[in-house]
Design a protein around this ligand. Structure first.
Ligand code: DHB
Ligand code: MG
Length: 218
């Protein structure tokens, strides 16, 4: 095996989800409900990514978490389940339609009291936040065009030693062959370059799902 990575086939992916993701009945049901809506389900995180997020939130003992891009709540539930009973997740989305599905599952998962779901553009939500009550964990997954701003605002709101995960950093593999007419591709490419050289953070880009970058604020 000359390469330092194992390319995932659908069978290998199924194997790792079955052995390492512990997707419970509620998350399975949420994923199935999204799958019924068709292609939009692509925006939902994968089970193994949810497991990773839950584990990271617990590992750093996070009490306050921030999420940009709630969609229908799968990732928020994975984060919130890793928080203590008196922990807080602030999550935001522009879609009332998605948020209403998310709220339903937050209630059912028993994490609704830990989640503050704010409707509106992610940038408005984070810009309105004072830096005085920093977050321990953040997940950036809203519209890709806003990623440069989301990254800067997130770093401002993250405590030293705080951890952020950025979703979709491989853009379906297009980072090595970008569609320069696609603003999302251009912005994510730019952000990846900036993070690689950003002295404020430790960085690890992982080939999980569509690629996630972990940054630890120094
Ligand atoms: C899209 C957005 C996401 O956050 C994602 O994980 C996958 C796809 C999209 O906008 O297509
Ligand atoms: Mg995403």
């Amino acid at each position: 095996m000359p390469d330092k990575f194992t390319v995932l086939t659908p069978e290998l992916h199924r194997y790792l989800v079955e052995h390492g993701a512990r997707q419970d009945e509620l998350l399975r049901r949420l994923a199935a409900e999204m799958a019924e809506l068709g292609g939009i389900a692509i925006m939902q995180i994968s089970p193994e990514q949810g497991a990773l997020m839950n584990l990271l939130v617990r590992a750093i003992g996070a009490r306050r978490a921030l999420e940009l891009g709630t969609f229908t709540g799968y990732s928020a539930i994975c984060i919130a389940r890793g928080l203590p009973d008196d922990g807080l997740l602030v999550t935001c989305d522009v879609s009332e339609e998605w948020a209403s599905i998310a709220r339903r599952y937050f209630e059912e998962a028993g994490v609704a009291e830990r989640i503050d779901l704010r409707l509106g553009p992610a940038l408005d939500t984070v810009r309105a936040m004072p830096g005085g009550e920093p977050f321990d964990f953040a997940f950036i997954d809203a519209d890709k065009v806003g990623y440069l701003d989301y990254y800067e605002e997130t770093l401002r709101l993250l405590r030293p030693g705080g951890l952020a995960m950025i979703d979709n950093v491989l853009r379906g593999g297009r980072v090595v062959e970008p569609d320069l007419d696609d603003e999302g591709d251009r912005v994510v490419l730019e952000l990846n370059e900036r993070i690689a050289a950003d002295e404020r953070v430790e960085v690890a880009m992982l080939g999980v799902s569509d690629g996630v970058t972990l940054v630890l604020r120094r």
